[in-house]
Design a protein around this ligand. Structure first.
Ligand SMILES: Cc1cc2nc3c(=O)[nH]c(=O)nc-3n(C[C@H](O)[C@H](O)[C@H](O)COP(=O)(O)OP(=O)(O)OC[C@H]3O[C@@H](n4cnc5c(N)ncnc54)[C@H](O)[C@@H]3O)c2cc1C
Length: 353
């Protein structure tokens, strides 16, 4: 039996901790906040991600079910003002509540971790190279999208900017995505469990007038009103074509810090869950874990290149291409479904359980 330290009590860290404890290790988790659920500035939030909850749940050894993970019933996408509707099930979309409420996936995983004897030290922040050097070998680092560990462990990242909106909202789980002139990424708004969450973001600072334009569209087209918008600056893990990386020196990386994030839509939920399991395996068998990690991220480089190509296109070409793609998908769903399924398989961590 080994003593395993996990830094970060988010999705990847908790799955890693649960699996290490089940293998008989003594596990302690260090978490920078004094609570589970991450930064209250951002949360509660609703993350939406393509997922196969049954197979993923079997792989990580945790049942993934409502209200923590719920099928997204409707996926509406606005391409420069034109609305397309796709049943969420076709894209295998699932809505995941994040944060400290009892209906969040974070709290659900925390409860499972407590059941198997994982110990938690709250309010402990690991940021500098010195902090990490002092941690024992085989420590699992799963600090998510916080920039300091990326810097300390020399992992590549990209900065993102934008605004966050949160409000109460009842209704079946939905997501609305917006491609438009106000962002070179996409904005999204999703709801689940009585909460709605909206994120306007881009690889460069988003102005208030860009945000206000989206706010107007949300109100007029979807009846979604957000009283306040909070400025948001953060990082994503898709800095380089070589971002996915399981080891940093004698440390094991997990979650987005390990580059487990899709470079196109920036989905990070299901790949973080997968990578928590792989990190736990790495404590016992580095070689096997590395092979699994490699297989789960083998298509990353193609998605990364596609994203660079997409980013280089001017708005008028994006508008044409996206309208053509979504229009055809709406009209001939079964014809294009194989292409969607192939695209889903290129997501880090997807579908190779
Ligand atoms: C605003 C926003 C919206 C998003 N929307 C989506 C979405 O719709 N779909 C999707 O798939 N993904 C989405 N993502 C990405 C997704 O949330 C992440 O990829 C996922 O949470 C990563 O899981 P993780 O385990 O790596 O990190 P997290 O779940 O973020 O957990 C990291 C944990 O480590 C702790 N921590 C951080 N730094 C330290 C430190 N220095 N010392 C100790 N503890 C530390 C944190 O407090 C936290 O508890 C979104 C991210 C953001 C920020």
């Amino acid at each position: 039996m080994a003593e395993v330290t996990v830094v970060g009590a988010g999705l990847a860290g908790l799955v890693a901790a649960i699996n290490c404890a089940r293998s008989g290790h003594k596990v302690r988790v260090l978490e920078r906040f004094d609570h589970i659920g991450g930064d209250p500035y951002i949360r509660p939030a609703v993350d939406v991600t393509p997922m196969d909850p049954k197979r993923l749940g079997d792989f990580i050894g945790v049942r993934l079910e409502p209200p923590y993970v719920t099928p997204t019933e409707e996926f509406a996408i606005y391409v420069y003002g034109r609305r397309y509707l796709v049943p969420g099930s076709r894209m295998h979309l699932h809505s995941v509540e994040r944060g400290s409420r009892s209906t969040s996936l974070d709290m659900y995983l925390y409860e499972r971790a407590r059941e198997v004897g994982v110990e938690f030290e709250m309010g402990v922040e690991m940021n500098s190279q010195k902090d990490f050097a002092e941690l024992p070998p085989n420590t699992i680092v799963a600090t998510g999208l916080e920039v300091e560990p990326f810097l300390a462990l020399r992992r590549p990242y990209l900065e993102v900017y934008g605004f966050i909106g949160k409000t109460r909202y009842e209704g079946p789980p939905r997501i609305m995505g917006f491609f438009d002139y106000y962002t070179s990424y996409y904005n999204y708004c999703a709801n689940a469990n009585g909460v709605a969450f909206a994120l306007a973001f881009d690889g460069r600072p988003v102005t208030e007038s860009q945000r206000d334009e989206w706010d107007r569209q949300l109100r007029e087209w979807e009846g979604m009103g957000f009283e306040t918008w909070l400025p948001h600056e953060g990082v994503v893990a898709t800095g380089k074509i070589t971002s996915p990386c399981l080891f940093a020196g004698n440390k094991i990386l997990a979650g987005t810090l390990a580059g487990m994030q899709d470079p196109v839509f920036l989905f990070g939920v299901q790949s973080s869950l997968v990578s928590g399991k792989i990190a736990a395996l790495a404590v016992e068998d580095r070689e096997r874990a590395w092979r699994l990690f490699h297989s789960f991220t083998s298509a990353y480089k193609y998605s990364w290149l596609y994203k660079r190509f997409f980013d280089a296109q001017p708005h008028f070409l994006r508008k044409r291409g996206l309208r053509l793609g979504f229009g055809a998908y709406q009209k001939y769903p079964s014809l294009l479904q194989p292409a969607i399924d192939i695209a889903l398989k290129s997501l880090p961590g997807y579908g190779k359980y």
